[in-house]
Write a protein that binds this ligand. Structure first.
Ligand SMILES: Cc1cc2nc3c(=O)[nH]c(=O)nc-3n(C[C@H](O)[C@H](O)[C@H](O)COP(=O)(O)O)c2cc1C
Length: 208
């Protein structure tokens, strides 16, 4: 029984406002990337890459794009939800000091990836597991991670020189934090509650 792992899973948070702006220790970053790279992957294809973005100008350009997409999203909401959304921070791009952009290359592993002939998305799932490994390892190290998805893939491809076939899966803000919130931001701001586990568990059939 590894209580430490369950503790890390419970403490992990999506971080937006708690980045201190301090530099991340390079040895810690190396361990986090190592944890990500140790993830399981369909056919052992390891379809991920990690683009480290430190340049404040690049982060600023991305932050401006994200701010625009935040507006697009806000405008799509009914008035009451727009009010609830207004104070919610959705990124810490400038404050975090470092981004790890995680990408998915469907061509990695060649045309016959073992186990992917029936489910094309299995490669994408693998990339998400690398992200989760990094997220949990970061939590164990006391480092904050914030996943940003308010972007258009073409924009991020152009910004970072990502080839057309490769999909940017996540912009992860990474850095030292003052503390981790105990309750997810979206719950604290009344956006959405966690579903009871019993609602998510079915027995023998999805209908039950
Ligand atoms: C695929 C994915 C995309 C996400 N995109 C964003 C985002 O753009 N901005 C943000 O603030 N949080 C984002 N999040 C974080 C979620 O809002 C967060 O995980 C959720 O509210 C639960 O909070 P917790 O991670 O602190 O438990 C994303 C999470 C996932 C898994």
């Amino acid at each position: 029984m590894s209580a430490g792992l369950y503790d890390v899973i419970a403490r992990r948070r999506d971080v937006r406002a708690e980045f201190t702006g301090e530099q991340l220790d390079p040895a810690v970053l190396e361990r986090l990337l190592g944890a990500a790279h140790a993830a399981p992957s369909v056919g052992h294809s390891q379809p991920w890459d990690f683009v480290l973005v430190r340049d404040p100008r690049t982060r600023d350009e991305f932050a401006r794009h994200v701010a625009g997409e935040r507006e697009v999203y806000a405008d799509s909401l009914p008035a009451d939800r727009r009010e609830t959304f207004r104070p919610i921070k959705v990124e810490g791009i400038r404050e975090s000091g470092l981004a790890v952009v995680v990408t998915y290359d469907p061509d990695r592993g060649g045309p016959h990836v073992l186990g992917r002939h029936t489910i094309a998305d299995a490669g994408l799932y693998s990339t998400c597991l690398a992200i989760q490994n990094l997220w949990l390892a970061a939590t164990a190290e006391g480092v904050g991670v914030g996943w940003v998805s308010f972007y258009r893939e073409e924009f991020l491809r152009d910004l970072l020189g990502i080839p057309e076939r490769v999909r940017p899966v996540a912009w992860l803000c990474l850095g030292p934090v003052s503390h981790l919130q105990e309750v997810p931001d979206l719950e604290r701001h009344g956006w959405r509650e966690r579903r009871p586990l019993a609602e998510a568990v079915h027995h023998e059939s999805f209908r039950r």
